[in-house]
Design a protein around this ligand. Structure first.
Ligand SMILES: [Zn+2]
Length: 65
């Protein structure tokens, strides 16, 4: 699978992940001038996390539960 994150400022990262393999998201984000910017955990479950663009400081929150 290929995961692409593209910011409005043009900053972009593409992450190739082999089928059934593991991706270390944080390391890959940082390589592409993005960063993992914190998460909200409730009842020991990840509820949402934030990805920030280090070039323009825009961010998005992704919900997962
Ligand atoms: Zn940006």
């Amino acid at each position: 699978m290929n995961i692409v994150i593209k910011c409005d400022c043009g900053n972009k990262i593409e992450m190739d992940v082999c089928p059934k393999k593991y991706l270390q998201l944080r390391d890959n984000l940082e390589r592409g001038n993005f960063c993992f910017d914190g998460a909200e955990i409730k009842d020991n479950k990840l509820k949402e996390f934030r990805i920030r663009c280090c070039k323009c400081n825009n961010w998005i929150t992704l919900g997962v539960g």
